[in-house]
Design a protein around this ligand. Structure first.
Ligand SMILES: Cc1cc2nc3c(=O)[nH]c(=O)nc-3n(C[C@H](O)[C@H](O)[C@H](O)COP(=O)(O)O)c2cc1C
Length: 379
């Protein structure tokens, strides 16, 4: 709360009027933005749309939901990227965006199998560019009925999967055996490793905190996140994507002007300082880390990394463990170069790319994140 806002708030009638509205404000859940979670597998009959209604629940960077699908060819889904939904400052080569598209494809394939459809995926059939995704198809997916198809045991966790952005419980250690249990879920070529030892936790807490500080202290990368803040129900419903701050506390802070994009960007403000403390509390409460590494780094490798990432996230859900990706040190912009090199020295063998790094632990239950409905994503 900065001084001017505090004075305005404490000035007489404003605070009384504001308090009177808190009850109404606090109950404003962004129901429409969460509806796609309830609609998955329910509102569509057509097999491709049924599968896609789950795919749109995929984890993806900054919840940009950069997918668009063309269903004009029978039995076929053509996946393209929405080029207006990239993260040019923190993800200049669209590597992370591609991973998110891999998560989307994996959930689509898993959901199709539930309905007895096998999906043949042709990735980047017209080629790809490693410096930027473009208008060419990311995948052409062909659906084919197959009654012999096995179902995926991870599918039942799709509805409860989360990226948990809350501090983890410092009193609950993570069983090191879980690294192997979760890692076994990766079947698309990633090498999974992790560490829950005190020494590794300390080293990676430090490195991920430093990387987060670099992102926040670099104005253009921080602004890329802050521009995606959705504060309170009205903003979340208008744009069910980005970094959502909904629920009673944020609704109230937003309504009182105590949390604004402008204030957060002002490095001299309390909002900026408090925001930093809040995110660093996450890196500092890691109770272990898990990482995902690939030998190559082609677009196909990145898609396969995404397919494995969502499987890891689902396997962690099955094990009752919380996960939060910590991608800052993996980002490819000049200010991060030193940390990018160091994290690769720590976690990768020569020539390998660390595609994902996350913290592990036990966090409070967190809610579902907003989604655009499937109909908004049809070309
Ligand atoms: C490639 C990739 C990178 C991500 N990086 C981060 C990150 O650095 N920090 C974070 O809190 N979440 C990260 N996430 C998680 C997304 O923010 C999350 O998936 C999205 O907000 C949707 O929320 P949900 O996964 O709970 O449905 C990442 C996800 C992906 C796929």
């Amino acid at each position: 709360m900065n001084r001017r806002k505090f004075l305005a708030l404490s000035g007489g009638g404003i605070i009384v009027a504001a308090t009177a509205t808190v009850g109404t404000i606090a109950s404003r859940t962004p129901t429409a933005a969460l509806a796609p979670w309830d609609q998955a597998g329910v509102i569509y009959e057509e097999p491709r749309k049924r599968a896609l209604s789950y795919a749109i629940l995929a984890p993806n960077p900054h919840n940009r939901q950069p997918w668009m699908v063309d269903l004009s060819t029978p039995d076929t889904v053509i996946l393209q990227v929405d080029q207006d939904r990239m993260l040019p400052h923190t993800d200049p080569f669209n590597r992370q965006i591609t991973i998110g598209l891999g998560c989307f494809l994996e959930l689509m394939v898993m959901a199709a199998a539930e309905d007895g459809y096998a999906v043949d995926l042709d990735l980047f059939p017209e080629g790809s560019d490693l410096t930027a995704l473009d208008g060419r198809p990311v995948a052409v997916a062909t659906f084919r009925q197959d009654d012999t198809l096995g179902k995926d045991r991870l599918f039942r966790h799709v509805m409860s999967r989360r990226s948990n952005k809350e501090p983890f419980d410092l009193s609950r250690t993570v069983d090191p055996a879980l690294i192997g249990t979760i890692g076994a879920a990766a079947v698309h070529g990633s090498r999974i490793d992790g560490d829950t030892s005190d020494q590794s936790i300390a080293e990676l807490r430090l490195l991920t905190s430093e990387a987060l500080n670099i992102e926040i202290d670099t104005p253009r990368t921080f602004k890329e996140s802050v521009d995606l803040f959705r504060i309170g129900k009205a903003e979340v419903e208008a744009n069910p994507d980005g970094i959502d701050f909904s629920g009673p506390m944020f609704e109230t802070l937003g309504a009182f002007g105590l949390m604004t994009r402008e204030g957060t960007l002002d490095t001299s403000s309390t909002m900026f300082a408090q925001g930093k403390v809040a995110v660093l509390e996450n890196t500092e409460t890691a109770m272990g880390h898990l990482w995902q590494v690939t030998q190559g780094n082609t677009r196909t490798d990145q898609i396969n990394a995404g397919r494995d990432w969502v499987r890891l996230n689902l396997a962690a859900t099955a094990a009752g463990l919380s996960m939060q990706p910590l991608s800052q040190a993996l980002q490819e912009y000049p200010e991060m170069a030193d940390h990018y090199t160091r994290i690769h020295q720590m976690l990768a063998r020569a020539g390998e790319t660390v595609q994902m790094l996350c913290r592990l632990g036990y966090g409070i239950d967190v809610g579902r994140s907003p989604r655009w409905p499937l109909d908004a994503k049809l070309i």
